[in-house]
Design a protein around this ligand. Structure first.
Ligand SMILES: CSC[C@@H](O)[C@@H](O)C(=O)COP(=O)(O)O
Length: 367
């Protein structure tokens, strides 16, 4: 998407033809920095320390990590080792395992001398495919926005609430939850987005707000606890969020706090949609609450807040007493019963096993 007047993806191959350039998201919205990553360790750090984040982008970054490793050593042992090292970086987003499996399964049958070139080709394919999936999600989600807009007075905006960042920064381009919003803007449908700040790392305040501002989308930042109040007062027409892993039965794991938004939405009759590409579906898991591993991140993310000081320095400040411990579960699970629909690249599914299998019948055969 646009940064100023230039089009960027979040990740791309450097002009040297083998190392990887990516937007280092830790500094947004205050600084736009691009990092060049040249080693598997660098890729692991970029994922673990959230230079890149968001389930689809984590997967694509890992795919390029495998390519970098295959260039150094295309052996079976190196392929297994890089799978393990990168898989250990973040536990919840299933796109990481999906991309690593894709790479390993498709590279393993090849002669070693062909693996590096094939790995770069495959990583680029996975990146391009992500963009196409998101555009398709956008088209299906746009239909929902159109229907809500048709019930409004002329000029009255469709008010959409989103949590965390499931925008272009979380993918290669367009985003999942944001793709329908960008398409609605292109069609001149009036929209307005309530952006949850998304403590502790503030992906909403830092990233979604930056995206919305960069594309002229009318938006308002709210604290995480404001959503329920807005819904009670009829100020939210729909919620759209992304997901890090959705089960075969339609339970949705996403950034911590998503579940509370879904509860508030249900209580107030507000439709709650989840936008996801099919690589985010974990067909092996049926009970999201019991089975999905929830990443526990550093307590420092809760104890400190990042921002820019009046003199322009980007820094962090501590917000709690030195003696107070903090806990930081990074994701939660919204049960399928609270989800109005799953917006996938193939259409909108009911959040249930039947609903998903109707759109992905090949999975029924596989099972
Ligand atoms: C299209 S991104 C979907 C999810 O990955 C997104 O909503 C999210 O929770 C991101 O969490 P993060 O911890 O920033 O990687």
């Amino acid at each position: 998407m646009k940064v100023g007047t230039r089009h960027y993806r979040t990740i791309w191959l450097n002009e040297d033809g083998w190392s990887v350039d990516l937007i280092d998201q830790r500094w947004l919205p205050h600084e736009f920095r691009i990092e060049n990553v040249r080693t598997v360790e660098g890729i692991a750090t970029a994922i673990r320390d959230m230079w890149v984040r968001g389930a689809p982008l984590i997967g694509v970054t890992a795919a390029y990590g495998v390519a970098i490793r295959m260039r150094e050593d295309p052996s079976d042992a190196a392929l297994d080792d890089v799978w393990e090292r990168l898989h250990a970086t973040r536990p919840t987003a299933i796109n990481l395992r999906w991309a690593l499996d894709e790479m390993r399964n498709r590279l393993r049958p090849l002669p070693e001398k062909e693996r590096a070139a094939a790995a770069y080709r495959l990583a680029a394919e996975i990146a391009d495919e992500d963009v196409e999936l998101n555009r398709a999600i956008g088209r299906h989600g746009l239909e929902i926005i159109r229907q809500i807009a048709a019930r409004k007075k002329p000029g009255e905006p469709v008010n959409i609430l989103t949590h965390c960042n499931a925008g272009w920064l979380a993918t290669v381009d367009y985003g999942t939850a944001t793709a329908p919003i960008y398409l609605a803007m292109e069609e001149n449908i009036p929209v307005h987005v309530y952006v949850d700040e998304t403590r502790p790392r503030n992906q909403g305040a830092h990233l979604t707000s930056w995206e919305m501002a960069g594309h002229g989308v009318p938006h308002t930042l709210i604290v995480d606890n404001a959503g329920g109040h807005l819904m009670q007062h009829g100020m939210v027409d729909m919620v759209i969020v992304g997901t890090d892993r959705t089960t075969a039965t339609g339970d949705v794991c996403n950034k911590i706090g998503t579940y509370l938004k879904a509860l508030a939405a249900r209580d107030n009759g507000v439709p709650f949609y989840v936008a996801l590409p099919s690589p985010t579906i974990d067909w092996t898991v049926r009970d999201g609450v019991k089975e999905i591993p929830i990443e526990e991140r550093s307590a420092d993310e809760v104890s400190y807040v990042w921002g820019r000081t009046a003199d322009g320095k980007v820094t962090q400040v501590r917000i709690l007493p030195d003696a107070t411990p903090a806990a930081n579960p990074a994701f939660d699970v919204t049960p399928a019963r609270l989800v109005t629909g799953l917006i996938t690249e193939r259409g909108i599914a009911e959040a249930s096993e039947d609903g998903l299998l109707k759109l992905f019948p090949e999975r029924a055969k596989a099972a």
